[in-house]
Design a protein around this ligand. Sequence first.
Ligand code: THU
Length: 164
Amino acid sequence: MMKERELLIRFKEYKPEELTPEDKSLVNIAIDSASNAYAPYSQFRVGSAVLLSNGLVVKGNNQENAAYPSGLCAERVAMFYANANYPESSITAIAVVVVDSEGNVIEQNISPCGSCRQALAESEMRFKKPIKVLLASKKSVLIFNSIEDLLPLSFNQGDLGLSK
Ligand code: THU
């Protein structure tokens, strides 16, 4: 028999001042890092900060190129650097922000692109540890407990887990 299935995605919305000191610090590092974005083509300066299980924080920002597809998003810059240099450490959390030309966080909530979600999902599966995702704007910070909530039913060459 055909079954209609539903996916429920829960996330929390905080005001920036409601964040824990740890989360606030990660968001602030992402904001700081966004100023180093190389975004002459889009003028969209994205910053990311990855907290590793070893306690270190790795910064990323988008790096564009005149051959557009050769550039890379802030999330993957940080994540790949982290995995390249600390291969034993899982990613505990990632914060993502966009800043304007003055370095101020923009009003809109932004969200990682599909390719970054896929890459983050791979990291979650590789280390079998959920990655907390913090998406910060000027007015609010959205917190997801796992990248699975941003990319449900992701491709992983395995069972989708719908038999439950
Ligand atoms: N970008 C990111 O860095 N992260 C995202 O999640 C989405 C898009 C970058 C890519 C490009 O340099 C610019 O933002 C505009 O798309």
